[in-house]
Design a protein around this ligand. Structure first.
Ligand SMILES: [Zn+2]
Length: 287
């Protein structure tokens, strides 16, 4: 199954609460996923809204994920660590109340540490976090995002390594970040398939994937750009998803947010038309 949705409240949605955004995703955009962003104007959600999110998303088959605040550092000093745990736990509490599947977090920075030391600390602290989630009965999974800058922990290999070591933690495949970090390496079907090949040992049943165009230099992301302006094509990715029947959720993080989510949907349905010969086809019909 393929799910598609925006990262946050759609730009064209007049109401600016997550509740408004979720209804808009279903009723206006007719998409089936959303990633709630607890990033700017942090945590503007009360329990009541979170419960609405859960009920509405279940009833209307919209899969929910959540992005925790951007600035967290699980390799940092005591003070930073405490701040990070606090932010992530608070996001975890609301994610659970919403019935969200994955809480996306940014793992941290190398700072003055070596890559190995950073890895050790992150493994240790992600395990701590897992324990706290269990204790608080938070069922939402912790998702570790691949990061798009050289000085930030989170190459695809590093994220896979942490997920191998800490059970129940899952990678979040941010394609824009991977593309930036490797200076534009995602071009062909094989390039995308390589990502899935690397993930294979984790035996994931579902993949959460972030998509956006990205401007980068020397292996560092500058900013997000629309998919059509990007040198990372979407079609080869969609082809491999269909070919291998991966179970994925594609979250558009493009500056055009829902417009690019809809663009992905159109490209996917075009491909499906070609493959099946059917003129009328809905991406939700593929199993
Ligand atoms: Zn992120």
């Amino acid at each position: 199954m393929i799910r598609i949705g925006p990262a946050g409240i759609p730009l064209s949605c007049k109401g600016r609460t997550n509740k408004d955004g979720l209804r808009y995703v279903k009723e206006v955009l007719d998409l089936n996923a959303m990633e709630v962003q607890f990033i700017r104007g942090l945590f503007r959600m009360d329990d009541e809204e979170a419960i609405f999110m859960k009920e509405y998303s279940k009833k209307n088959d919209v899969e929910l994920h959540v992005h925790a605040p951007y600035y967290t550092n699980l390799a940092g000093d005591e003070e930073e660590l405490e701040m990070s745990f606090e932010k992530i736990l608070k996001a975890g509490y609301l994610s659970n109340l919403m019935g969200a599947k994955i809480l996306v977090i940014h793992p941290g920075f190398y700072g003055d540490l070596s890559e190995e030391e950073t890895m050790e600390r992150i493994i240790e602290n992600v395990s701590q976090l897992r324990k706290m989630f269990k204790k608080e009965k938070i069922e939402t999974k912790i998702g570790l995002e691949t990061m798009g800058k050289q000085k930030v922990f989170g190459s695809l290999d590093e994220i896979i390594e942490v997920c191998k070591k800490v059970k129940g933690v899952t990678p979040v495949i941010d394609l824009g970040h991977i593309h930036a970090r490797c200076n534009g390496c995602l071009k062909s079907k094989e390039d995308f398939e390589n990502i899935f090949a690397k993930l294979k040992p984790l035996r994931l049943k579902h993949y959460l994937i972030h998509i956006t165009g990205v401007l980068y230099e020397n292996g560092n992301e500058y900013y997000h750009i629309p998919l059509k302006k990007s040198d990372m094509p979407v079609e080869p990715l969609l082809e491999i998803l269909l070919e291998k029947r991966y179970n994925v959720t594609l979250i558009s993080e493009s500056p055009l947010l829902e417009h690019d989510a809809t663009y992905i949907r159109l490209q996917l349905e075009k491909l499906l038309q070609k493959k099946t010969g059917k003129e009328e086809i809905d991406y939700r019909d593929i199993k």
